[in-house]
Design a protein around this ligand. Sequence first.
Ligand code: G3P
Ligand code: CA
Length: 260
Amino acid sequence: MAEPLVFAHRGSSADLPEHTLAAYLRALADGADGLECDVRLSRDGHLVCVHDRRLDRTSNGHGLVSARTLAELDRLDFGSWHPGCGPAGPPDESHTRLLTLQRLLDAVLAAGRPVRLLIETKHPSRYGRDVERRLVALLRRYGLTEPGPDDPVRVTVMSFSLLAVRRVRALAPRLPTVLLMDLPPRWLRRGHLPFGTRIAGPNVELLRTRPWLVPALRAAGHQVYVWTVNEPADLDLALAAGVDGLITDRPAHTLARLGR
Ligand code: G3P
Ligand code: CA
């Protein structure tokens, strides 16, 4: 069986502030096969890499991300809260500056080696479908919506929302998609995902509580990317289940455990 791909969840986010350029460059230096990021829209419609709806946990700002313009978000500090910045504080702006998806794409394309990018769309209610529309338009500008096997950068779009996955498939049928799940969907029959979605994204808890799930998905021909695999016991479980991708905050540890 092939070794699973290792994806850095929000970058090497155990070591450095999540979703900062520094965390993603560290993940590439760690040897991760790919990078996971969340995207949502600023008030003026820019795709920004922020997990939470609100700014409070990961920046010195407050309130909704979607209520701020890109220029306003760009003035905030997204890094100093993280212990990985050390007592002397963040070494440079790559540790603190808001990351836009465009900046991340530029960094990935400049990496000079193959990188897979897993982009998860988040859904601030004010913007709904605009997230997928703007995402596909940006990826199209970068020539990333028609992936070829030898392309150095290969994008996959993920969501917990069936609607979002369906929108992406309608806008860019050749872009691979992942349906994320933290419960097995009621409609899942014999492990088949809808809409031509090839990849399932269960959380690691589901591997423990629903041991039938991964075999059913694989028997139906799907790949399985599991998140968030940080603990050694979870890694053992995911490897025993034969998953195709491991999404982790600690890519260096994961790769070391895999002997890579
Ligand atoms: O990679 C999937 C995982 O990121 C989904 O959960 O909350 O970390 O975006 P969350
Ligand atoms: Ca995510």
